[in-house]
Design a binder for this molecule. Structure first.
Ligand SMILES: [Zn+2]
Length: 146
């Protein structure tokens, strides 16, 4: 569980505003990316692999920077709540933070969050499918008024 797929890694790399490199061979410069023009000599991964705490930190900073942190935090909290219900409120916050700040799980949750946000945006653009945000990414269909 919480293993990142290649699609997850690409989604997260793009969210960070970084290039999904497309290598091509340049006679003078060796392997370079045709999209961003960076030299890819010696680089084996074409996008971030999300295996370090630095990756987690970059995602956290980006969520804050883009104003998505509160939505994400709330969504992750609901996710945690549904997986692991506790009655003891005093332990709840500390255990949730511990649960959240686990490298694989955190990156996976951000990817899930972004994927649902994308689905949500697509739903919005379909005529006749109005939704209102009840809480972040939980939707309640709105009755159409004739
Ligand atoms: Zn590139």
């Amino acid at each position: 569980m919480h293993e990142l797929t290649e699609d997850d890694k690409k989604r997260l790399t793009e969210f960070l505003g970084e290039c999904l490199h497309e290598p091509y061979w340049h006679d003078m410069r060796g392997t370079i990316c045709y999209k961003c023009d960076h030299s890819l000599n010696g680089i084996s991964d074409m996008y971030r692999q999300f295996t370090t705490w630095e990756d987690l930190g970059a995602l956290k900073e980006k969520l804050v920077e883009t104003g998505k942190w509160n939505d994400f935090d709330e969504w992750a909290y609901m996710k945690w709540d549904s997986l692991k219900p506790f009655n003891d409120l005093s332990r709840r916050l500390e255990e949730q933070s511990d649960w959240l700040f686990t490298l694989n799980r955190f990156c996976w949750l951000v990817s899930e969050f972004l994927r649902k946000e994308q689905q949500c945006a697509e739903t919005w653009t379909q005529p006749g499918h109005q939704h209102i945000h009840v809480r972040s990414h939980q939707h309640r269909p709105v009755e159409r008024r004739e």
